[in-house]
Every structure is written in C-alpha cells, then in structure tokens.
Design a protein around this ligand. Structure first.
Ligand SMILES: Nc1ncnc2c1ncn2[C@@H]1O[C@H](COP(=O)(O)OP(=O)(O)OP(=O)(O)O)[C@@H](O)[C@H]1O
Length: 379
C-alpha cells in the first residue's frame, strides 16, 4: 500500500534542464583556466534517472555540483521545471544530495538524522513525526531508529542516508557516487534497491558514477562525458549497441577494434574489407553516415563464435582460453591480430585449447563501423 509521502514525492518531482552550461576554474598559482564543463546541454524528464558517466576529471562532479548550487555556473542556464535556478542558493533549490560518505551525523540517532532536514525547514512537529515515521516504514529501517550510525551496517547507513534525502520531498535527487564505499556484493544489492525506490517514488534523479556497469544497470539514460563535454546520451542499450564514436565503444563494455576499408554501399549494406575478408555489413550503426576509405569495425566479443576450422569468415589460432563457468573467454590470433571472443554456454560445446586452429564466425548484425578520427578516441 502506498503511503502519503510516496504520493507527495511523486507529485513534486520535476524536470531538469541544462542549457549551454560551462564551468571554468581559475588555476591556483597560475593565470590559466581549466574548462571543467564545456557547453553542456541536457534534459532530464520528470521521474527519470539519468547518470553522468565518464573517466576521472571529465566534469561529472562539477556538473552535479552546479545543479546542486554548490558551484556557480560560469555561463549557461539551469531550469528546474520552468524555474531558472542558477542564481538560487542551494538550500532553496528543493533538491537533496546523497554522497558516498553518507554524511550522516555521527552523534545523532537514526531517527534524528532522518528528521533533521524537516526540523531545519521548521515544519510543525506533528508533520515531522508523521513524515519521519512514514519514510522509516517505506525504507524498512524500523527497529533501528534509536541506534547511532556507527551501530548499523554500511548498507543500513546507506538506506538511512536515502531516507534522510527523500523525507524532505525534494523535486530532484542528486547522487554523487553513492555506492563507492560499499563492498561489491552490497553495492549490487543497494544499487537495485535504490533503483526500485527511485522508480516507485518517480523522483527525478541525477546520478554520478565512473562505474559503467553501475550506470548501465541503474539508468533510464546515460550521459557519457569526456574532457568536459557530452560525447553521447542514450539508453544503456543504445550506448552499448550504437556507440557514436570509438571513445564510446571503448568506454562501454568490451570490444574488438579491427581495421577496415569501406568500399561501397549497396542494398544489402556496406561493402567492406575486414582483416582481408570481404564482408557486407548489414547494419553499420544508427550513427553511421556513408564514407569510403579507412574505418574501424567494432565487434563485441559475444558476437563472435569459435568453430571448427573450416567454418566461418576467418581462420585463426587460439592463444588463450579462460573458462569462467558460464562462458569461455578466448584470445584468437587472426593475421597477427588478437581478437577477444566470449563464448557462452560452453558446457554444451567443445572448449578449444591453445594452439587449436579454429574457424571464426562473426555475427554480421553485430558489426558497427566507426570513423577513425572522431576526435575522442585518443582522449
Ligand atoms: N575547485 C577546482 N579548482 C580547479 N579545478 C577544478 C576544481 N574542481 C574540479 N576541477 C577540475 O575540473 C575538471 C573536472 O573535475 P570533476 O571533479 O568535475 O571531474 P569528475 O569527472 O567528477 O572526476 P572524478 O571521477 O575523478 O571525480 C578536472 O580537470 C578537475 O581537475
């Protein structure tokens, strides 16, 4: 059964828009500037969970901190619904932020930690108690209200931090690497719990992580950043299946990057030569526009099969075999190049060994053709 606070949060949840947002920092001791965030445009619909993902220093945290109001915007605009907020102070933005360190007050009980934000807002005592109790029930923290943060587990602290963030009924929830202090198993569990709660509450969320599998698992949309700029925005599936640049293909999941010569276009697809074999690529990618000449064929390891040597488009020699139970990872040499293959359900098949000469069959639908110089590949 839904309680009042769930409906209140859903009703308040708001869209968020960043328009031409740039942040420059002056370098300490020098006259130069760092462009931490470079002309970012982004729309987050009400109720969506959008993740900023990218390598260290790409501007994720700075973007999040500008949205929160902890960092000023050098230029550009921020909209919360229709309201322009870049000059609104952080405590008036109606947002809540969760940090990796939880930031719970160590000397306060769980109960008082959760009601703290409501007391600051000077809400009537009866409403504070009602909302606190409802969130405690919703987040399943009943029974630990009188403990100090040090007397509960990391996962429980995480839940308390989340309860404290949502009890104020924010319009947007901001997450700064909230799970990075947890061990791998708990991290996965909390990730799923957090996503389930976010969906249930329908609360607009902006989430920062450098962990691509976390981003894929939790997000409606992923924003991949590099050097202060957005490289691609899409659903996790889109980013995985339709990388717009080599940087995206390299950052998200594993790939083989094979040199390729694009010859021509015909009704069946793009005629190309990959590792000396003439191959028609039927679906070179949503982001592909035809060009002739050198390119890179991107192929995920799970789109390649290892077969008896007379089958497939290529012949190769097995250089490494690692058995993981549910799949076998191979490294196979074809024309002086090592390609990676992930072969699933190996128990029903033969496991090839080092020095075996094998056939290689590429699922042609899984080949994507990308430009070599997309300006991002070397970043
Ligand atoms: N207060 C500051 N003064 C000067 N430069 C800064 C400041 N904060 C961030 N930067 C620089 O801005 C760039 C973006 O930093 P930011 O922390 O946003 O990256 P990030 O993607 O969150 O990285 P990480 O994953 O390592 O946290 C970096 O080059 C960083 O060194």
């Amino acid at each position: 059964m839904r309680n009042r606070i769930e409906d209140a949060i859903k009703a308040k949840s708001s869209s968020l828009r960043l328009v031409d947002v740039t942040k420059k920092f002056r370098q300490i001791g020098g006259s130069g500037e760092v462009i931490a965030v470079d002309n970012v445009n982004l729309s987050i619909e009400s109720g969506e969970l959008v993740t900023l993902l990218g390598p260290s220093g790409c501007g994720k945290t700075t973007t999040l901190r500008m949205v929160a109001g902890f960092e000023s915007v050098t230029s550009g605009k921020l909209f919360l619904g229709d309201e322009m907020i870049e000059s609104v102070p952080p405590n008036k933005r109606d947002m809540a932020m969760m940090f990796q360190s939880y930031a719970l007050f160590p000397h306060m009980t769980v109960y008082n930690n959760i009601r703290y934000g409501l007391k600051i807002k000077k809400l009537p005592e009866a409403e504070i108690t009602q909302r606190t109790n409802q969130i405690i029930e919703l987040m399943q923290i009943k029974g630990m209200e009188n403990r100090l943060p040090s007397q509960i587990s990391g996962g429980q602290q995480q839940r308390v931090a989340l309860a404290r963030a949502v009890v104020i009924e924010p319009k947007v929830l901001l997450f700064d690497e909230p799970l990075s202090n947890l061990d791998a198993k708990l991290r996965e569990y909390m990730r799923d719990e957090l996503r389930a709660l976010q969906k249930r509450l329908g609360i607009t969320s902006l989430y920062v992580t450098h962990d691509q599998s976390e981003a894929m698992a939790i997000s409606d949309k992923v924003v991949l950043m590099n050097a202060g700029r957005i490289v691609q925005v899409g659903t996790p599936l889109d980013l995985y299946n339709e990388p717009a640049t080599l940087f995206v293909a390299e950052f998200i999941g594993k790939s083989n990057f094979l040199p390729c010569e694009i010859k021509e276009k015909n009704d069946d697809g793009i005629e190309s030569v990959i590792l000396g074999a003439r191959i028609t690529v039927p679906s070179p990618g949503k982001n592909f526009s035809f060009f002739k000449g050198e390119a890179t064929a991107v192929i995920r390891p799970e789109f390649i099969r290892v077969l008896e040597k007379e089958d497939g488009q290529f012949t190769g020699v097995v250089r490494k075999t690692v058995f993981f139970g549910n799949f076998v990872e191979y490294e196979i040499e074809i024309k002086n190049r090592i390609i990676k293959v992930e072969s699933y359900c190996p128990l029903e098949k033969k496991i090839y060994q080092v020095e075996d000469v094998v056939g290689i069959a590429v699922n042609l639908d899984g080949i994507r053709l990308l430009k070599n110089n997309d300006g991002e590949a070397d970043a």
